[in-house]
Design a protein around this ligand. Sequence first.
Ligand code: HEC
Ligand code: HEC
Length: 389
Amino acid sequence: MSVLVKFGNRITLPLVTLGLMTFLGACKMDMPPGGSDPGDLENISYDPHPYTIIKPDHFPPVPIPPDNPMTMEGVQLGRMLFYDPILSADSSMSCSSCHLPQGSFTDNLAVSIGIDGIAGRRSSMSLLNVAYATNGLFWDGRSPNLEDQAMRPVEDPIELHNIWPNVIVKLKVHDTYPEMFRKAFGIPDRDSISKELAVKAIAQFERILISSGTSKFDQYQQGDLDVFDDEELDGKLMFFDEGEPLNLPDAQCFHCHGGLTLTGNQYFNNGLDSVGNLSEFPDKGRFDFTGNPNDQGKFRAPTLRNIAISAPYMHDGRFATLHDAVAQYADNGFGVINEDIFIGQMGFPIGNGQYTGLNNYQIGAIVKFLHTLTDTTFVNNPDIQNPFK
Ligand code: HEC
Ligand code: HEC
């Protein structure tokens, strides 16, 4: 009679029942790395504690997927995995290498550089309030949620350039991770550690990266009107198209960067490049995901919270300063056919669908307003810092 015996999750051997016990005994000593006894974590108690996300009162509830409830144990594990270079092939980089708290979880580079020193094609994105980004992740929206997103950097050939089976083997034999996985997810043994659970933990950690609600802008919104000086107020009024009574032009920004997180998470051509034909965009953006020719050169409007500390700007980091980024909008784009209509409507209308654009004072005032979105309390929050330091 022949039976199948599984060692770890790697080797399955047909065995003759006779002599099975001796064979098992012998094999146990050369168990493949990461193999484990069934139930080897069951003596560790599994008693997860619900995690209550701290958010400003004026922010809506944070969306949590039903199959990944937030627990203290899950968030703690996710925080470790986020900051641990164990995820990369040569143990040199972690998620945090490109997403640092000081840069609002960006790397402050034009484009990110992976473990082999090779530059990727896009700029790292801020993870502030990423839990609210439920209309696709990445500049082109190709990932549906944080769990799916967290799978990708590990096997990205430019980023962490690893493969998940290697990561899982390292986690299984680790001193502390098996116990943490047990406490977060109740797994019975080391062999049950999986990439699906690892990314759930990382996603739980990312969902706590919420604004503190203490920026100057939040204070103003809460009714503390004195926090803004005249220039900041002018900038705000133009940003939200509220400046007409004071003879300030519309800057149209809020149409795409509106709401509490200062983004509607929609996809636009915001008028960065002058192309004769849509197929000429050097990075086709949203088109790579949807295949819709009209999506060429469209990208997700990112949050502007903490924008003053997450330079450089745009999907390719083309602008070093906020002034350059805002000045780009001042001239009403290039009239490329899929440019959003608001891109051509900066300033005062002067007839025939033409607009004045924004002058230097107006650009400067908008930049000053953008600085009021800086949230240093968030950046310095001890709960989100590197746990290995
Ligand atoms: C080598 C640098 C690098 C590493 C390492 C890296 N990222 Fe990123 N991250 C980026 C870049 C660049 C983008 C934008 C890529 C794009 O749009 O194509 C991005 C985008 C994201 C986004 C999308 C944010 C949004 O608003 O859409 C999330 C979430 C994210 N990264 C989380 C992670 C996690 C979790 C890890 C570790 C498992 C990680 N990143 C590792 C550079 C990096
Ligand atoms: C039609 C929609 C739209 C309007 C209007 C708009 N933006 Fe944007 N904004 C975007 C998109 C889309 C991006 C990302 C484009 C890219 O990376 O290629 C972006 C990017 C930015 C960035 C860089 C963000 C980063 O993380 O790199 C800044 C800063 C910015 N916008 C500020 C403004 C300001 C200020 C205004 C008003 C003057 C404005 N935007 C008006 C859609 C818009």
